[in-house]
Design a protein around this ligand. Structure first.
Ligand code: ZN
Ligand code: FE
Length: 257
């Protein structure tokens, strides 16, 4: 049975996800920024929370941890490298380890860059990737605690996954990411088409997340340092991939548009 996934929009642009294994009743929540909407959704569906899966320590990802643990007695799973910054952590996991949610299994990837201890959860049987603030639709996380080389290595971990992987990122940043993307890769027709789709979805008040990894591979400039069109825009025809990625990230940091 596939993993059931429920997307809960909270705060101004965060997505929290319930992940439910119908066979066992096990239910996790990925990056609960706040507790109330999570408890309300659990009650509405008659699900009992068994796990919190944190990707990294930022308050808009762990803010609901303690209240949810108090209310449900759930087990909190988070990154070993940042265990001291994850409130209430019970199980610390690192890359190449895994975590079971009833009959569902998630592989853990170490994906540092946004924070030093960022991890992602890959439910391979369901082709579902929970990548926190590492990869966004048409974007990637800011480098608060890591280097461009670390972040590029982290993104390459995702690039090894199948194209039909659904990318459950933690923020609805897609429209502003798209505005930037078309300035650095103006000759990418798939990107131009996607920008139109994203604008239409947002105008209708609908989410643009999840996307697929195949779409990201074709249109997300942070996954495309080998693109000749991107390189031409940046004036970096002969540079290595890390340098092109770093320059793309640097330009996004100061982009106003
Ligand atoms: Zn963050
Ligand atoms: Fe965040």
């Amino acid at each position: 049975m596939p993993l059931e996934i429920v997307q809960i929009p909270v705060l101004s642009d965060n997505y929290v996800y319930l992940v439910h294994d119908a066979a066992s009743g096990a239910t996790g929540v990925v990056d609960p920024a706040v507790p109330e909407p999570v408890l309300a959704e659990l009650q509405r569906r008659g699900w009992r929370l068994t796990h919190i899966l944190n990707t990294h320590h930022h308050p808009d990802h762990v803010g609901g941890n303690m209240a949810l643990k108090d209310a449900t007695g759930c087990t909190i799973v988070g990154p070993e490298a940042d265990a001291d910054r994850i409130p209430g952590i019970d199980i610390a996991v690192a890359g190449n380890e895994g975590i079971d949610l009833g009959s569902q299994h998630a592989r853990v990837f170490d994906v540092p860059g946004h924070t030093r201890g960022h991890i992602a959860y890959w439910f391979g049987d369901s082709r579902a990737l929970f990548c926190g603030d590492t990869l966004f639709a048409l974007g990637c996380g800011r480098l608060f605690e890591g280097t461009p080389a670390q972040m590029w290595a982290s993104l390459q971990t995702f690039l090894a996954l199948p194209d039909d992987t659904r990318v459950y990122c933690a923020h609805e940043y897609t429209e502003s990411n798209a505005r930037f993307a078309v300035t650095v890769e103006p000759g990418n027709a798939a990107l131009t088409r996607r920008y139109d789709e994203v604008r239409a979805l947002r105008a209708a008040g609908r989410p643009t997340v999840p996307s697929t990894l195949g779409e990201e591979r074709a249109t997300n400039p942070f996954l495309r340092p080998d693109s000749q069109n991107l390189r031409a825009t940046l004036g970096m025809a002969g540079a290595d991939d890390v340098a092109v990625f770093a320059e793309t990230r640097r330009r996004k940091d100061t982009f106003r548009g």
